[in-house]
Ligand binder design. Sequence first.
Ligand SMILES: [Zn+2]
Length: 211
Amino acid sequence: MRASDLLKPRPEGLYCPPGDFFIDPVRPVERALITHGHSDHARSGHRSVLATQETLDIMGLRYGEDFAGTTQAAVHGETLDMNGVAVTFHPAGHVLGSAQICVEHRGMRIVASGDYKRQKDATCLPFEPIRCDVFITEATFGLPVFRHPPDHEEIARVLKSAAQFPERSHLIGAYALGKAQRVMRLLRDAGYDKPIYIHGALAKLSEYYQS
Ligand SMILES: [Zn+2]
């Protein structure tokens, strides 16, 4: 079996013909498997959605409880049969609830990573490498020009500046799902125990992380 017989791009998104489902479709479809809650992967309006419980909860918070016709929670490491195609979710280390989706059929195994990161992040389960024939990855920061310094060094820089300029506000821009909570957790892990003020747009998801 060729890889493109198992997963192929369609206008709606990545489609699995034998399993008859899409992974992270951008248009409403009958059956969607969702890797994580970021809006470029998780959209509302699908007939049925299979995702981790956390991703389903996050979609509910963002789009309202009626974001899909029906939902099913996927458990990491548990294989589901979808029209003869074996589907397994594995942690992606990206944001709370994020998963790679492993699709296997007639000896061909493809892992669609969604987004993932290999660095340690206390706010989500760590990335799990999965042996596979084809690995599908986005590469937003794949160019060698991107060299992200270690997170604790960046946090140390902020805290040093805060200590140096206590009369100044220190404003950190961070995406509402994942990045903001990671920054707050890193600040706390570094010993910063003063109040952190957040934009209202971060409140719902931050409360969900806490819960
Ligand atoms: Zn993402």
